[in-house]
Design a binder for this molecule. Structure first.
Ligand SMILES: [Zn+2]
Length: 485
């Protein structure tokens, strides 16, 4: 289902350069100033994009090559609108008339006249010589921008090709090494391998763009678009279809609780058993999270659902790690918790306020239940002087870590990714550059998180039961009850 992203050119995670604690973006250190395809470069070649909008690729290049050759013939080596605004009047007039020499082109380019700040507005107006149709021109413009806003789309690549083509024929660039690139640009789109040509066009265009002169045109274009059109708000519709019933989860929870109680009672004795407490406790804790989710449908599709997943992920990695760890690691897991209770007690005992999230009496009991808390140390770091990621690797749970940890962590830490997702939505008007709107008009919930939470809980329970292999579920439950796989 994620195949649609495979053809895009991204640097895979394992190929990214690591610098201290940063994975540096492949282009992040190239000193481009203000380089953004849609903010600035796209409005500069808007006339090319508008022509691309009415033609299929082959026709587009057939039509555009003579125009670009004419640019070269007139000694104009840049096709940007700002450049057309800065060259001498007669030359600009000749090339603009050339571009607008057919009626098809005049209609296609009519949306340019919606912008009075357009460089050489009067020349374009005279050459196009058509009355604007605000409805039709606005729609054509919207469609054109929609197709080209993504800098890797076919249409955007074709507009970027035009810049490379003019750069080549006007000798702005020369190729020192023998390569197929010059021929690919000249012959485009008749090339041996489009998958190679497209990325080289895009990187060549970035290089060209560094020499392009700036003006206010791009800003005033986007401002005009924003001022004169309304926001579009998507109706996201119902979240994904439910593939299971909540009754299944309720049955699962009841069944697993019973198994865990039995496990505890069969093995447990009056003696303290750190391992058993942690193992059974971990299982019950996961089941309790699932139960709380089950009780609250709204939480499952929103922020709290992700917090729950984040916790289950950590629980899953910890129990998997502990499973094969020596006794002292189990002890340090417990002692860390006891030390935490002591720390919290010492911090909160002198505040006069009764908070709702914690019960001081309860914390006091926990801080002292293994021994008098004066004997307990407070461990300021992680419970095992390692981090979760290291434990995930050691426990062979890196898959779970990679899948479930990062996104839900954003929610736990209240970071931008989560804020962006939960309270904003994108205006789908391409003329607004897909800006963010506060999510007040439409609800946009995730699918029910219960399925993922159940999945994680099952993995946790699998590890819990594996710690006591001599007690298989059938033995725990007798013959009457079936295990849910
Ligand atoms: Zn908008």
């Amino acid at each position: 289902m994620n195949d649609r992203y495979k053809h895009l050119n991204f640097t895979p995670l394992n190929k990214q350069k690591k610098k201290r604690n940063k994975l540096v973006g492949s282009f992040a250190e190239i000193p481009f100033t203000n380089r953004s395809w849609f903010d600035r470069a796209l409005p500069e070649v808007l006339w090319v994009a508008l022509l691309r909008n009415i033609y299929a690729l082959q026709t587009f290049t057939d039509v555009l090559k003579p125009i670009l050759n004419e640019f070269e013939y007139q000694g104009i080596n840049s096709i940007e609108l700002t450049n057309l605004g800065s060259i001498e009047h007669d030359k600009a007039e000749r090339i603009i008339n050339f571009i607008c020499s057919t009626r098809e082109h005049r209609i296609a380019l009519r949306p340019l006249l919606l912008f009075e700040d357009l460089p050489q507005y009067n020349l374009w107006k005279a050459a196009i010589n058509e009355e604007p149709d605000y409805q039709a021109d606005g729609e054509a413009l919207g469609l054109t921008i929609h197709k080209t806003l993504d800098h890797q789309s076919q249409e955007a690549t074709d507009c970027r090709w035009a810049k490379c083509y003019i750069g080549m024929i006007s000798n702005k660039i020369t190729f020192i090494h023998r390569s197929s690139t010059p021929y690919d640009i000249l012959d485009y789109p008749d090339v041996a391998d489009m998958r190679k040509t497209r990325p080289s066009i895009r990187s060549m265009e970035i290089a060209f763009d560094m020499g392009v002169q700036h003006s206010d045109w791009a800003d005033s274009f986007w401002e005009g678009c924003f001022e004169s059109t309304e926001c579009f708000v998507n109706d996201y519709g119902a979240p994904h279809e439910e593939r299971f019933t909540t009754q299944d989860t309720a049955d699962f929870i009841r069944h697993e609780r019973r198994k865990l109680f039995l496990l505890r009672n069969i093995i447990g004795s009056y003696k303290k058993d750190i391992k058993l407490d942690i193992a059974v406790g971990t299982g019950l804790f996961a089941v309790k999270i699932l139960d709380e989710l089950l009780d609250n449908e709204a939480s499952r599709t929103g922020i709290l659902g992700r917090l729950a997943l984040r916790t289950l992920t950590e629980v899953s990695i910890n129990i998997s790690y502990l499973r094969s760890a020596p006794e002292e690691v189990w002890a340090s897991f417990r002692n860390h918790g006891t030390g935490e209770a002591k720390k919290v007690l010492l911090k909160l005992m002198n505040t006069g306020v009764q908070f709702t999230f914690v019960d001081i009496d309860d914390i006091f009991l926990q801080a002292n239940e293994d021994r008098w808390m004066e004997f307990n140390s407070i461990n300021l770091g992680d419970w095992e002087d390692a981090n979760l990621r290291d434990r995930a690797i050691k426990a062979d749970e890196k898959d779970i870590y990679d899948t479930f940890y990062d996104w839900p962590s954003h929610y736990t830490h209240g970071q931008w990714g989560a804020i962006r997702r939960e309270v904003f939505m994108v205006c789908t008007n391409p003329l607004h550059r897909f800006h963010l709107l506060p999510n007040v008009e439409g609800e946009r919930s995730y699918a029910d998180v219960l399925l993922d939470a159940t999945r994680l809980t099952k993995w946790i329970l699998h590890d819990v039961y594996a710690i006591y292999p001599e007690l298989h579920p059938p033995m725990l439950l007798g013959s009457g009850e079936q295990s849910h796989g």
